[in-house]
Each structure stands twice: as C-alpha cells, then as structure tokens.
Design a binder for this molecule. Structure first.
Ligand SMILES: C[S@@+](CC[C@H](N)C(=O)[O-])C[C@H]1O[C@@H](n2cnc3c(N)ncnc32)[C@H](O)[C@@H]1O
Length: 285
C-alpha cells in the first residue's frame, strides 16, 4: 500500500487524486484563505480542479500543486475554484429591516457632524449583499439629502468581484423582490439582453468593489459604522476567526455594528461585541 486511493479506477475519474495530494491541497487552501476543507468536499474539489488540469493540459494533481506553489496567477484561479459563493439579494432580510428601521436613524442622529456613513461588506461574493445594502441606504436617505454614504465590498475571489462590479444578473436572481423595488432599482435587458437585469448606476456609484483576502494585511485605514461579514467564516478554523474578529473590532467605529451569518456566532470567538440578537452585534465601548 502506498496510501494512494486510486479514484480514477474506483470512480471512473479522469485524474487520480491521492490522499496525499488532497491533504496538500487542503493545506494550501487553509494557509491561503482560512477555509478548512473537510473530506466531504473532496468530490467538489476534484470536479472543479479537474477542469483546471484539463484547461492547462496537466496530467496529474502533483504537477498542478507544483504549479500553484510557484505561479501566482494559477494560485488565484485555484482559490477562485475552491470558494463557495452562494448568496442572494436581501438574504437574511431581517438584517436589512433592522438597518433601515433602527440603525440608519441612529446613525443620522450620531453622525450629524460628519454626515458620513461607512459600510464594509466583507466576503461580498457576486454583489447581491452590497447592492441590497445600497438599496436600503438609498431608500432611507431619499428623505435625508446631503449625506455621504459609501460601501466597500471585497472578496478574495477575483471572478465574483468582476461579476459584482458589472451589476448584471439573470432575472431569476431578483424573482423574490417586490415589483416596486425591481422597477426602482433594476433595468431590464432588451434585445439580446432579454432575461438579464442590471442594477441602476446610482447604486454602483456608492460601492467600491475590490479583491481582498481577509487573511492578508488590509490596505484600509477607514473606520466603519457597519460591517457585514456573513456566511464567510463558516469554514474558517477557530484561531483564524479569533484573529479576524479582533481586527474587525479594531476597524469598527465606537459602538459600530457587525452582522454575521445565521449559522455563525461570536461565542468563544470574541468578547469585544455585545450580542443584540438575530446575529447582529455591537462593538463594546
Ligand atoms: C457564501 S459567500 C457569502 C456571500 C455574502 N456575504 C452572503 O452572505 O450572501 C462567502 C464568500 O466569502 C469569500 N471568502 C472566503 N474566504 C475568504 C477570505 N479569506 N477572504 C475574503 N473573502 C473570502 C468567498 O470567496 C465567498 O464569495
């Protein structure tokens, strides 16, 4: 026995992915992104990477691993292949309601002097989250002109950031939204673009999209009033989460708010926030 499971023989796979190679891939993913891949992800990883091997005309995972260890561009493709980008407009709707009904009125009262509000959508995937934030903010500020509200939207995956910045979606992505909201904030495609929608330019104007690996140094010195990091750290190990939420506390303004995903918690991760319920947290003074 050489520890190899010959998946090509057993499962009819085109390439052989040995246990050792899978462990090496897991190590690179965890070092680069913080994501801890379980064995349950093996088939998914195989499927996504087999496409890369084919495209590059590489005949083994060992050669592919050698390539990503020395080629930055392929490392980016590799990371793009292993991220999970599931998202939706107004996902976890109660967060946007809370923002509109409670937090924006509070921020208008507290930030009177600067008339600025800074929001970060960290791990924004294909953009549905920052556009939902932009719609919420724009709706609210229709009655308060003269405010400067900006949203920083970042993700490690260069493909999703490019899609997010384009603001173009298939119509099925906005199926659950009310007709009024669709009419106000989206433009339906015509001719060759039938079946597509584009977000209105005024939403794009307040969002800055950028590629950013949360595990690497952050170029931003900004102090954020609101930080959305939802459904991003689910696969991170505990020490990575501890470090990340410490840094989030540092870049949040005093009493700033943090929103995390419905299955996530800061319990035993950070004591720098008060839990307000509904996976909404406020930075302690
Ligand atoms: C499941 S999506 C969540 C999207 C959105 N926040 C939501 O809740 O709908 C998770 C996103 O986190 C990104 N991500 C994973 N690890 C990351 C890292 N180390 N730095 C930045 N983004 C990361 C992935 O690329 C992916 O787009």
């Amino acid at each position: 026995m050489n520890g190899k499971s010959s998946r090509s023989d057993q499962d009819g796979h085109e390439f052989d992915l040995s246990d050792r190679e899978f462990e090496q891939l897991k190590k690179i993913v965890s070092e680069q992104t913080g994501i801890v891949m379980t064995d349950a992800k093996r088939n998914m990883v195989y499927g996504r990477l087999a496409r890369r091997l084919r495209a590059l005309k590489i005949d083994s995972f060992t050669r592919y691993i050698q390539l990503i260890e020395k080629d930055e561009n392929e490392l980016v493709n590799f990371i793009n292949s292993v991220t999970t980008n599931l998202t939706a407009f107004f996902r976890e709707k109660h967060h946007f309601e809370y923002l509109h009904d409670k937090l924006l009125p509070q921020l208008v009262a507290n930030n009177q002097q600067s008339r600025k509000i800074r929001i970060w959508s960290a791990g924004c995937s294909t953009g549905e989250e920052p556009y939902s934030l932009a719609i919420t903010v724009k709706r609210f500020f229709e009655s308060y002109p003269g405010w400067d509200v900006t949203i920083l939207a970042t993700d490690i995956d260069t493909n999703v950031i490019a899609k997010a910045a384009s603001g173009i979606y298939t119509e099925d992505r906005i199926e659950g939204l009310s007709p009024e909201l669709v009419k106000r904030w989206f433009v339906k495609g015509k001719g060759g673009k039938i079946g597509m929608v584009k977000v209105r330019r005024e939403l794009q104007e307040i969002i800055h999209f950028d590629q950013l690996n949360l595990l690497q140094p952050w170029p931003t010195q900004a102090s954020f009033d609101l930080l959305f990091c939802r459904n991003v750290v689910i696969y991170f190990d505990k020490p990575t989460k501890v470090k990340l939420f410490e840094k989030y506390a540092d870049v949040l303004a005093s009493k700033g708010h943090l929103f995390i995903g419905h299955s996530e918690t800061l319990f035993q991760i950070s004591d720098r926030f008060d839990a307000l319920g509904g996976t909404i947290y406020q930075k302690k003074v």
